[in-house]
Write a protein of this length. Structure first.
Length: 513
């Protein structure tokens, strides 16, 4: 897992339908909207998949080789050359240089005059701070870009705000109005949370269409040793930024450790595990809850944690309605951080289009001692492995939002906490707060993986000053290694009146309790 932490570190902020066989499922690509029909990037991906994998060509040429963190940041795209380039109606782009964390550049094609043309990387696209570069000269070696930024007047009609960035492997992230960057997404994940090193499929070519009517379309070719692929993404920035995504995957080998629609985030500390970091801030995280609307009509609320060992949880489902990593704390006082603005970082919600069939939402939690490493991943894994030589399509909406999970039940969860009972060794207390008065509601507490007797002391009562209802209980795991806890409020006839709160306690996670 160390490789995952390196690739997905905070580089840029302070840093389909599933088939059981080899049926081709991908539908015809949409018209490209230009007078000249370019070659199909889907066909390019198909050609790649039929051939052995070819790794990137090698070292970057000067001045993009041997960069430090500071010298990489000292290379900046020049407005009118490499930055603020018009890309249709009310959209601009910035081109990003290769180097440092981004040693494998890709080609960028832009729609120009009704045709697509590859953008050559020339040194005059960038300025080079003389404090880090005595001189720069064109070596004549061709290379590509590490990524691009997309701009649109999101917050003000006269300012081209950055609202999305595509950079590093197949990573991308976006924000809407009044947001700052937080968690990321990527086209596909391979081997995440497993015993073997993770594989990072990368973009090899990006195609930019002109923005029209508030939306811009981006196509990409994906390649890695285990698969080739194609991504088609339409981005609509606004109060929420919505990305409509179609991914075609063409495995070179059979794939069982696949991650569809992966989200990558950071959780250092919070009320579920505040002792993880000796820090003046009460919380440090980009996301704190995995929320799922499953195919059975349940709402699952799974608080995120910073464990002591890698923890992988699989929440089985059939045709999920949505899943997402949410930032539920939205007040400055929740974080007390004047710089990071964690309260303004978006949640990201995946809503599948079509029936994805049986599988599981996978949550991977990785230990971290710093806020500068992403350590949380969530994605969909099909029950049936993807077969070599087949073609699979997955379509979904990915929404970047400040909104809380949809209030589909009368009682919403406000927060959850846990901590040791210091006067009673071997016991851990859990607290879940709801925004409702629960006089007529029945608490439903259960555990799997251990005896029911490990749970005790259940109490449900009103909080002062009308602040809602608190449920609290004790866990005494004894010799148990794993306890899967579920709690919900129900009506007298058993109908759920709240999301189902879930927690996976393991002896490794808490070092006992």
């Amino acid at each position: 897992m160390a490789q995952f932490l390196s690739i997905s570190s905070r580089m840029n902020r302070r840093r389909a339908l599933l088939s059981g066989g080899a049926t081709v499922l991908f539908c015809a690509t949409r018209p490209v909207g230009s007078q000249t029909q370019p070659r199909s990037l889907l066909d390019e991906a198909r050609t790649l998949a039929r051939a052995p994998y070819q790794p990137p060509s090698g070292a970057l040429p000067p001045p993009f080789d041997d960069l430090t963190y500071d010298s990489y940041r000292a290379i900046r795209p020049v407005a009118g050359r490499g930055a603020m380039l018009s890309q249709g109606e009310d959209f601009h782009i910035d081109l990003l240089p290769p180097g440092l964390y981004f040693p494998d550049p890709f080609l960028i094609e832009r729609s120009v005059g009704g045709a697509f043309r590859t953008v050559p990387l020339t040194l005059d696209l960038f300025s080079f701070d003389p404090r880090y570069f005595d001189s720069v000269a064109d070596t004549g070696q061709e290379t590509g870009f590490s990524g691009l930024r997309l701009r649109h007047p999101v917050n003000s009609p006269d300012i081209m705000d950055e609202f999305a960035v595509i950079q590093g492997a197949s990573y991308f992230r976006a924000i809407g109005q009044a947001m700052v960057y937080g968690l990321s997404a990527r086209a596909v994940a391979l081997g995440t949370g497993g015993p073997d090193p993770e594989e990072f499929p990368r973009f090899t070519r990006i195609r930019l269409h002109d923005g029209v009517a508030g939306q811009i379309r981006v196509e990409a070719v994906i390649d890695s040793p285990s698969l080739a692929g194609y991504m088609d993404m339409a981005l609509t920035p606004g109060a929420d930024t919505v990305t409509d995504i179609s991914v075609a995957l063409l495995p070179r080998v059979g794939l069982d450790a696949i991650g569809i629609a992966p989200l990558t985030s950071m959780y250092l500390k919070g009320p579920m595990h505040s002792a993880a970091s000796d820090d003046f801030r009460p919380r440090v995280h980009d996301s704190d809850v995995l929320f799922i609307e499953n195919g059975a009509g349940e709402m699952l609320w799974r608080p995120i944690d910073n464990p002591t060992h890698v923890e992988t949880s699989a929440l089985a489902d059939n045709a999920p309605v949505s899943f997402g990593l949410y930032q539920t704390a939205r007040k400055y006082e929740d974080f007390e951080d004047t710089e990071a603005r964690y309260e303004d970082r978006p949640s990201a919600v995946v809503r599948p289009k079509g029936a994805w069939g049986p599988g599981a939402v996978i949550l991977v939690e990785i230990p971290t001692g710093t806020e500068f490493l992403d350590n949380i991943v969530a994605f969909w894994r099909p029950e049936v492995p993807l077969a070599a030589g087949a073609e699979y399509q997955f379509e979904y909406e990915l929404r970047w939002t400040l909104d809380a999970p949809a209030p589909l039940a009368p009682a919403r969860i406000l927060q959850s906490r846990s901590g040791r009972e210091h006067l009673t060794p071997g016991v851990r207390r859990f607290v879940v707060d709801f925004d409702t008065h629960a006089e007529d509601l029945v608490p439903d507490l259960s555990v799997s993986g251990s005896d029911q007797e490990v749970l005790s002391g259940l109490s449900v009562f009103q909080l002062p000053e009308g602040r809602g209802t608190r449920a609290t209980f004790l866990l005494t795991p004894g010799n148990a290694e794993v306890c899967e806890i579920r709690f919900a409020l129900r009506s007298a006839n058993g109908i759920p009146q709240s999301p189902i709160w879930m927690h996976r306690w393991t002896r490794k996670r808490d070092g006992g309790v």
